[in-house]
Design a protein around this ligand. Structure first.
Ligand code: ZN
Length: 128
């Protein structure tokens, strides 16, 4: 895994703070200290390693898989924030990130459906 500081991808894809290609994480220079975002991107590295030949195909062409991958990544980010910030509130974080997923990932699901998936992913993480 390698982390590269760049603004390149934020110029191409609006709303993106970071993007992971294979095992390389590209992140805006001003966000490199945001460990919660790094933790999110590390999940995508793990997903890529689990399915090196199909991860990107699934991510790009399957709404179901893109939702699943992002919920796993955001659930990990939420767990990081909860365990490192005493003021972090689980419900607000779930709401905020469900809203981000609904806004930025071109998914055909309602906010309620996305939120339900994110809650499931977070529970899976907390139980496993
Ligand atoms: Zn992601």
């Amino acid at each position: 895994m390698k982390i590269i500081k760049t603004n390149l991808f934020s110029k191409i894809i609006s709303g993106n703070n970071a993007i992971t290609i294979g095992t390389i994480i590209f992140i805006k220079p001003e966000l490199v200290d945001r460990q919660d975002i790094i933790e999110h991107e590390k999940v995508h590295v793990a997903q890529f390693k689990r399915q090196p030949f199909t991860f990107w195909l699934r991510y790009i062409f399957s709404d179901k898989w893109r939702l699943r991958y992002e919920c796993e990544a955001f659930a990990t980010q939420i767990r990081y924030l909860i365990s490192h910030d005493y003021n972090a509130d689980l419900t607000s974080l779930i709401d905020r990130f469900a809203n981000d997923i609904a806004t930025y990932y071109r998914l055909p699901y309602s906010l309620a459906e996305i939120r339900a998936e994110l809650v499931k992913a977070y529970r899976r993480l907390s139980n496993g």
